[in-house]
Design a protein around this ligand. Structure first.
Ligand SMILES: [Zn+2]
Length: 268
């Protein structure tokens, strides 16, 4: 099987927005609309097809065929920019994407509204859950974990009047308990934030993704979607070192370090 990459996006900044209004720890993920547009243009002009996460899950489970040059676009959290910024651009290039929603955030300021979700779904966008309250799942007791996964699924199913089979993990970390509970409540696919591509050996309950961050260049994006082996191995090594550092420093000191690090690499 060919390798399939799931791209992971969060908020997309409109032309008027800058990072200065964001708290330090929230500055890692927002992407400028100019950068996002260039990435979609690249996919479009180089004839990439976009798949849904469910198509990948079916492919992994039942060996259904998928186009040779395929990529998946996914968004976490259900930010308002999914509708106002990303959706019109996706439609312009005839791309589909998967949107993972934290159901307690729906209709809250800055997040998607019910009417927007319905419109996006009608236009072929895929939806999955991202927990009920965005709690970090590995730290929950089984009972609370089950509630997060089951209630968000039920809520989104009632809203969209269709079965929801996919989930992405708030915070990105997976474990055997999460997989067990997710399967028991009826999920068929789980997206983590573990950085890698997916191939025929990938467990649909352990889908990997490649996230895009503020300041990532188009060159980086091109190497990412073309699955440049050197980039993947270097990135994995870097992520492992940063995770170790995060555990060692604790979140506050780590974010201070991360900011400083970003400033240094932006200058270099
Ligand atoms: Zn999230």
């Amino acid at each position: 099987m060919n390798r399939i990459l799931i791209l992971l996006y969060h908020r997309i900044l409109s032309r008027e927005e800058t990072l200065s209004s964001f708290k330090a720890e929230d500055r890692v993920y927002p992407l400028k609309v100019e950068e996002f547009t260039k990435q979609l243009e690249y996919l479009y002009y180089n004839k990439w097809s976009t798949l849904s996460v469910s198509q990948l899950v079916d492919h992994l489970q039942d060996k259904t065929s998928i186009p040779e040059k395929s990529v998946i676009i996914s968004f976490d959290d259900g930010n308002q920019s999914d509708y106002t910024v990303a959706f019109p651009l996706l439609k312009r290039y005839n791309f589909k994407a998967a949107f993972f929603l934290t159901t307690d955030f729906i209709e809250k300021p800055g997040f998607l509204k019910t009417s927007q979700i319905l419109e996006m779904s009608k236009e072929g966008m895929e939806f999955g859950t991202h927990g009920k309250s965005h709690k970090f799942l590995p730290s929950l007791e089984e009972k609370e974990l089950k509630m997060e996964l089951r209630d968000s699924k039920r809520e989104l199913e009632e809203l969209l009047e269709k079965e929801i089979k996919i989930l992405s993990l708030p915070g990105g970390y997976n474990n055997s308990m999460i997989k067990k509970v997710a399967m028991a409540v009826g999920y068929k696919g789980i997206c983590s934030s573990e950085f890698w591509w997916n191939d025929n050996k990938t467990d649909p309950l352990e889908l990997k993704r490649g996230s895009l961050r503020y300041g990532d260049s188009l060159t980086y994006f091109i190497s990412l979607v073309n699955m440049d082996k050197m980039l993947y191995f270097k990135k994995k090594l870097k992520d492992k070192s940063l995770n170790l550092l995060k555990t060692f420093l604790g979140p506050d000191k780590y974010f201070k370090f991360w900011n400083l690090y970003q400033k240094i690499i932006q200058k270099s």
